[in-house]
Design a protein around this ligand. Sequence first.
Ligand SMILES: *Cc1c(COP(=O)(O)O)cnc(C)c1O
Length: 380
Amino acid sequence: MKKIRLFTPGPTMVPEEVMLEMARPMEHHRTGIYKEWVKEAHGLLQYLFQTKAMCVTMAGSGTAAAEAAIVGCCPTGHKALVVDNGKFAERWVKVCAAFGIANTRLPIEWGRGAKAADISKAMDADPKIDTIIIVHSETSTTALSDIAGIGRLTRDRGALLIVDGITAVGAIPCKMDEWGVDAYITGSQKALMLPPGLAFVAVSDRAWERIESGKTPTLYNDLKAYRKSLAEWDVPYTPPVTLVRGLLCVLRGIKERGLESVWAETTLLARATRAAAEAMGLKLFAADPVDSVTAVVVPTGVEEGALRKTMRSKYGFQIAGGQGELKGKIIRFSHMGYVDAFDTLGVLAALEMTLIGQGFKLAPGAGVAAAQKVFAEAMK
Ligand SMILES: *Cc1c(COP(=O)(O)O)cnc(C)c1O
């Protein structure tokens, strides 16, 4: 059996204690015990999202929660601005199209994040816009958007702010109440270091007003049903009980450790990876890089498909390639969840060995030494 270490920005590695927790006997969901789990998980999710708002846990991948939030917050008579700066942002444009939601697309160059000024300009140009849909950490390009600044703007203008925080929540600072986010979304298989299958959305009171006011063309992903059940620590449909068990284990761990400490570690891993890339003579892709994932440009003369294949089959590291127009052009490394400095030194060593194997000119150990220096200073 080969040891495979996941460096993909979802799914990420699952801690052994979480896997063991999920291996425990099945529990029924219409019981007092399950209600206690729902209640405890809810309190811990509020800590994770830094909010007093209601946090909904749904069955499905992150897209399920994002779709529920978009459809619920954009009933007929409202208009969305969808910031489009990558593959996941594009998906939210598609959700609007699929449900006939009035929207304007705001294209931003891939690799860049959005700032309040971009949103302000688009809103000035179209006063009908009353909902902003944006990706916090655009995983496909590894670009970070300024949600704090955008939240100030949307509060001032009375617009709702829907944020895809799928590779942000639990990895980098996400402060729902302080920033004024109305629907913050994440999924289980990224920073929460769980298997895929749970989706989360924290929903502000302002957003609930909008959601309750509209007739949403949806059933299974209808947030209204979740809200009604959550009032009694219940769920509308059979939940992924096993994953919820794992979720409790993860969230207790995050609370015990403290979010600030988790955020600081993500940043440290990103800094070390960037330092290594530079020392290896590689370029970073993003102009506004996020700390949860790093994208490195594949240098000329190196074949990306073969590189990733060698990384996995020879060295046991699964990394991610580029998506859409970035296919073959970048490789991506996750810094989320159950990954540490020594896993990261390992993937960087494997990257060096792979690049050298393809004839790329590189002093062996250059990247690893640069990353190690960053870690050594931080761990003094
Ligand atoms: C992974 C990801 C998604 C998609 O989530 P699924 O869980 O695959 O539905 C959406 N947005 C971002 C930013 C992501 O990283």
